[in-house]
Design a protein around this ligand. Structure first.
Ligand SMILES: [Ca+2]
Ligand SMILES: [Ca+2]
Ligand SMILES: [Ca+2]
Length: 468
């Protein structure tokens, strides 16, 4: 992980965004309940009834059989199947939907307890633009499909939810529907233990009250201070744990990441701190970070990147289960930018060689020197960034995370072209705290209130977030 290439934003990346519309991905269930007396029925037919096929084509209509209006964004349908092999991967697509394919999301999950006919599921969800269902209404036709990533023939005769004889729409209880996290339709296979999904709220909070990078508490609290070489940034640079230090003033400890160079790869030192566990997915992430525009000594001008981000591992070029959400401040420009710029970027995936990026970003071209409150929220529908309580950007469902991630801070140099001097110089990035609240979307004000409450209680660290 963290072999993040330079030159990460291309105009081609933005053009690719349009191609992703039908393959949007949904995250964990929403946490708020609505329409408590609502009930749903799911009708199914197959568009491809063979025992084997190039694509499985589960088509659905969802009908509101209750007495209150249902927001489709609160609805999830699961279609269970047996994968063709343990490592087979699948792609979702929507051929046609009355509500619009862009309003229908599909993501794949793995059952914790596989059975002979179900070890995976396709979960269908809806964006807010899908609208609602009044009592008695249905979604109309949703002609959905999925295929193997390598387009090899798939076997569907062994799939729990498949009905080869269902060539016209009829109620089908071998798929499930959930409304606001409650299962309201169908019978799940025994392997689906997700009957009562967590409401979330488990929290990681760290005020970074440590003495040094070798403080046993730092590791005990799940953090790793990077020492392994490699990207991103200047080739030959070291990642030096000893340049991650801690200091306190007025009883509040902050972490400092120092990055330095004397104009050569061998003299360049990068810094990074990250959680060892990739267990963070939907919810709220927040950190108070101090960016700097100028070095603390030596000549200015290096293409520094100062960051707070979440990331998981790219399993293969363009693998769609990659995820990354960044705050990246470039005080001296870089990536073709002449001057200071703050990016927030949400990643679907990328190919390191030849470089190809599938992401969406927001930017602001001004100085962000000084302390800033950074917040990003991820739910089933969007990724939203805030800086100092102000909305900074919202990115689309196509960029939602498919898998959990680590939480990272790093400071590094894109290259040595911004300042060609061999005079030593160093830059600081500081971090006051980090907060993650699982599966809950908090406002920046609610984040501040949580931080205040932990500090009032004298709590400098808590980690309730379960392992993935
Ligand atoms: Ca199968
Ligand atoms: Ca992705
Ligand atoms: Ca602190």
């Amino acid at each position: 992980m963290n072999t993040r290439p330079t030159g990460r934003r291309t105009r081609a990346a933005l053009a690719l965004t349009a191609l992703l519309g039908g393959a949007a991905l949904a995250g964990l269930p929403a946490t708020t309940a609505a329409a408590a007396d609502g009930a749903l029925a799911v009708q199914y037919r197959t568009g491809s009834g063979g025992a084997t096929a190039d694509q499985s084509e589960p088509w659905f209509k969802v009908r509101n059989t209750g007495s209150t209006t249902v927001q489709l964004s609160q609805v999830k349908i699961r279609y269970y199947f047996k994968a063709d092999s343990p490592d087979a991967s699948y792609r979702f697509a929507c051929s046609w939907a009355v509500r619009g394919c862009s309003a229908v999301t599909g993501t794949f999950g793995t059952l914790a307890h596989p059975t002979a006919t179900a070890d995976r599921y396709l979960e269908i969800g809806f964006t807010a633009s899908a609208g609602s269902l009044v009592p008695g209404a249905d979604t109309g036709d949703m002609q959905l499909r999925f295929h193997r990533a390598d387009w090899r023939t798939l076997r569907q005769s062994d799939d729990y939810s498949f009905g080869g004889a269902q060539t016209s729409y009829a109620d089908w209880n071998r798929v499930t529907a959930r409304l606001a996290d409650a299962t309201v339709w169908g019978t799940a296979p025994e392997g689906d233990d997700q009957t009562d999904p967590p409401g979330g709220g488990q929290t990681l909070f760290d005020d970074f009250a440590y003495t040094s990078h070798t403080d046993p508490a730092l590791s005990a609290h799940g953090w790793s201070v990077r020492s392994n070489s490699g990207g991103p940034g200047v080739p030959g640079a070291a990642w030096d744990p000893s340049k991650v230090t801690f200091s306190a003033s007025d009883g509040n400890s902050v972490m400092n990441l120092e990055t330095s160079t004397a104009g050569t790869g061998a003299s360049t030192v990068h810094t990074e701190v990250l959680t060892r566990s990739m267990k963070f997915r939907n919810g709220t992430y927040a950190a108070r970070v101090r960016f700097s525009d100028a070095p603390k000594y030596g000549p200015d001008g290096d293409r520094v990147v100062q960051t707070f981000f979440t990331i998981n591992d790219l399993k293969a070029p363009m693998a769609d289960d990659y995820a990354e959400y960044d705050f990246e401040y470039l005080p001296n420009g870089g990536w073709g930018e002449p001057s200071n710029i703050l990016y927030t970027t949400s990643w679907e995936t990328y190919d390191p060689d030849p470089w190809q990026a599938v992401n969406q970003h927001s930017e602001s071209r001004r100085s962000f020197a000084g302390w800033h409150d950074l917040v990003v929220t991820i739910d089933d529908t969007a990724i939203t960034y805030y800086v100092d309580g102000q909305h900074f950007g919202t990115h689309d469902a196509a960029y939602l995370p498919e898998r959990p991630m680590s939480i990272n801070f790093n400071q590094w140099l894109i290259d040595l072209d911004g300042q060609t001097s061999t005079t030593p110089r160093a830059y600081d990035q500081q971090v006051d705290y980090v907060l993650h609240v699982k599966d809950q979307v908090l406002t920046p004000a609610q984040v501040s209130a949580r931080i205040d409450a932990y500090r009032d209680a004298g709590t400098s660290f808590v980690d309730e977030v379960p392992a993935p």
